[in-house]
Design a protein around this ligand. Structure first.
Ligand code: HEM
Length: 140
């Protein structure tokens, strides 16, 4: 019998949707992160995040080609923002009662995308280097 996917272990697409909803509620209420979403249509953004994560966890038929690097390039997300977001995620997975092993795997999956989300504009002027992750490292 094949192993259950991470999506199944987390409780399926509905559970991911719940995570996306709860995460954005926390991020909007966070005084450092909230302002980054001032111009964002949140219901649409929540659905995009949920679709992306569902796909990444082994679920749906979303367009996996979405480039996180391109999507975040203009938004000046710092390493600190990313770490704050991750700590909200840790708290809410616990709050929602996610299986601890599945939650740990999910956090690894999100953490692996740090380099695509955190802004590389310190070296602005370079074209987007999608397809070459790791070529340009965030400072420090
Ligand atoms: C502190 C961390 C993060 C911040 C502040 C942030 C912020 C943003 C913003 C401002 C947008 C653009 C929304 C718009 O169109 O107005 C965006 C798009 C998006 N973000 Fe993030 N993001 C963060 C982390 C992540 C992570 C960890 C993931 C996935 C693992 C993610 C997935 C996405 C996706 C899928 C989109 C939409 C891409 C598209 O279809 O255009 N984000 N994010």
């Amino acid at each position: 019998m094949s192993q259950p996917s991470l999506l199944e272990r987390l409780g399926g697409a509905d559970a991911i949707q719940q995570v996306a909803t709860a995460l954005y509620a926390r991020l909007l209420a966070d005084e450092e992160i909230g302002p980054l979403f001032t111009d964002t249509h949140m219901p649409m953004q929540r659905d995009r995040l949920a679709a992306y994560l569902t796909e990444a966890c082994g679920g749906g038929a979303h367009d996996a080609a979405v480039s996180l690097r391109a999507a975040h390039a203009a938004h000046q997300v710092t390493d600190r923002h990313f770490s704050i977001m991750a700590s909200h995620l840790v708290d809410l997975l616990e709050e929602l009662g996610a299986d601890p092993d599945a939650a740990a795997d999910f956090l690894d999956l999100v953490a692996a995308r740090r380099g695509d989300v955190v802004s590389h504009s310190q070296i602005a002027g370079l074209p987007e280097l999608s397809g070459a992750p790791g070529l340009v490292q965030p400072p420090g």
